[in-house]
Design a binder for this molecule. Structure first.
Ligand SMILES: Cc1ncc(COP(=O)(O)O)c(C=O)c1O
Length: 496
């Protein structure tokens, strides 16, 4: 339930309802003869290889738009009611159901809040869907480089001070785009940032893909909706119980036109949404509203138990703690475990592979330095026990000679010369050898993992420092996301 809300209230009673799911269930039970899409006709022609495992009834939820089940693009009945309940649960003016994840929500936020040519302050470590949003919307990004901690081998979040400085330097910006929590669960001082931005009439957009649960448990950091973000998008599927692709865009703004948001969300989404995903959003909202406090108390307990076991019993691994993060001016979503493995002599990738192949444990993410384990509504104590026992075994059996990896990145304070959209649409590009690219305008992104921060962004002037870094990566045969051939010898630049 929402923090501090009484279980006797009218709102609580309303939140027990699941209008969209109820209608879909009633429709499925009636075995209605289908002359509509999809072609499998209530699951009848779904391949038996799949159906023998799943059973048939689930496919009866896979319907199309008709009066009884409402339309995602122009909701007037059950989808409208389900979205209203979602908005009420999160305390916002309007919520939009999304069926292409937070990726589509990030694009929608930029398009809804900005006009082509506006500038927006964004973190360099944002998810790649933000770059798509930048290209589609035609905005000018003003990049902020997040702080990288060489001891913890972690990328931190955009700070209040960085936003304040950027707003002073670029008073013309239309909006500020924040990602909080990060993949590692690091939460920035959102309320301070929102207050500052609103004082200056700037819009705040938040990618809260990893934070749909924050509002519903008192032990967790403040969520973007209670911090007052104008628009915020959450991957309900990442931590709560929605099916993959199920996300929600929340609107709570005096600075953005709601009708424009509606139009843009509709422009970007399929006209054949999966109703199972939509129903799972309806159910996930009910579940977290009614049981979020208790469920996440348990999840936090499991996570803290795992964290403490790792830090006290596994000598070559180390799990970041809330205290460490607080000391650096951020907060931590303690349901996530980020485990540093640099002292184990194995990379995060090695351990991820061992966990999958030998211990039947699959992680969400690993890089050279860290493992990230995401707990969600469905996690239990047994899972955590299996995980930490596997880590202990790997630590004891497989650890090797400590390696000397360093998480470094060159200074990215370079010049944005062209809008990423213009570069993307331009046919005037060519490939140049890395050595010759200094001074040219980049026509592609290049992102090493780790740290997952783009070294090159379309439209930026390529500096000698960046070129040297790329050459170093190429010599070490490190593959970069965005490179167009097997080895990184050239880079695409704009020809003018
Ligand atoms: C910070 C962040 N934003 C956005 C996304 C995209 O979310 P989705 O998978 O729901 O499209 C991700 C995915 O991992 C993410 O980590």
């Amino acid at each position: 339930m929402i923090k501090h809300l009484s279980s006797k209230s009218v709102m609580y009673n309303r939140q027990t309802k699941t209008p969209l799911f109820d209608v879909l269930l009633s429709h499925a039970k009636r075995n209605v003869i289908s002359f509509h899409c999809p072609g499998h006709k209530n699951g009848r022609s779904i391949n038996s290889k799949l159906k023998n495992y799943t059973g048939e009834s689930v496919y009866k939820f896979d319907v199309t738009v008709f009066n009884e089940v409402d339309s995602l693009h122009d909701p007037t009945s059950v989808i409208k009611k389900a979205e209203e309940l979602m908005a009420q649960a999160y305390g916002v003016q309007h919520s939009f159901f999304l069926v292409n994840g937070t990726s589509v929500g990030n694009m929608a936020m930029l398009l809804a809040a900005c006009q082509s040519g506006d500038s927006v302050i964004v973190s360099r470590s944002s998810h790649k869907s933000l770059m798509s949003g930048i290209i589609i919307s035609g905005i000018w990004p003003i990049w902020i480089q997040p702080y990288i901690d060489q001891d913890l081998d972690l990328i931190f979040n955009t700070t209040y001070e960085q936003i304040k400085d950027a707003l002073n330097k670029y008073p013309e910006v239309k909006a500020v785009f924040i990602t909080s929590p990060t993949y590692n669960g690091i939460v920035t001082e959102l309320k301070k940032i929102v207050n500052l931005c609103h004082k200056k009439g700037k819009i705040v957009l938040v990618d809260e893909a990893h934070g749909p649960h924050l509002l519903f448990n008192k032990q967790l950091p403040e969520s973007a909706v209670s911090a007052g973000a104008d628009l915020c998008v959450q991957s309900t599927h990442k931590v709560l119980s929605a099916l993959s692709q199920g996300s929600v865009l929340h609107f709570n703004s005096k600075l953005i036109d709601l009708d424009r948001v509606k139009k843009i969300v509709s422009m970007l989404q399929t006209t054949s949404p999966n109703y199972l995903i939509l129903a799972s959003l309806d159910l996930a909202r009910r579940q977290v509203f009614l049981h979020g406090e208790d469920t996440f108390n348990k999840i936090i307990q499991y996570a803290e138990y795992g964290r403490s076991y790792i830090n006290n019993n596994i000598n070559f691994m180390k799990c970041i703690t809330r205290n460490e993060i607080n000391n650096l001016g951020f907060d931590l979503d303690v349901t996530k475990l980020t485990i540093n493995v640099t002292k184990s002599g194995l990379s995060g990738y090695d351990i991820e592979n061992l966990l999958a192949k030998k211990y039947n444990v699959q992680l969400d993410y690993a890089d050279v330095f860290n493992l990230v384990a995401i707990l969600g509504e469905g996690s239990n104590k047994n899972d955590i026990n299996n995980f930490i026992n596997a880590l202990k075994d790997i630590n004891d059996k497989y650890h090797g000679k400590q390696k000397n990896w360093i998480l470094k990145i060159p200074s990215l304070s370079t010049e944005m010369v062209m809008q990423p959209r213009d570069v993307f649409l331009s046919k005037k590009t060519k490939k140049l050898s890395l050595k010759k690219a200094v001074g040219h305008i980049a026509a592609q992104s290049l992102t090493p993992y780790p740290p997952g921060i783009p070294i090159l962004i379309p439209g930026e002037r390529i500096t000698k420092e960046i070129c040297d870094y790329l050459i170093d990566m190429s010599v070490k045969n490190i593959r970069l996301s965005g490179q167009e051939s097997a080895s990184l010898k050239t880079v695409k630049v704009v020809t003018i």
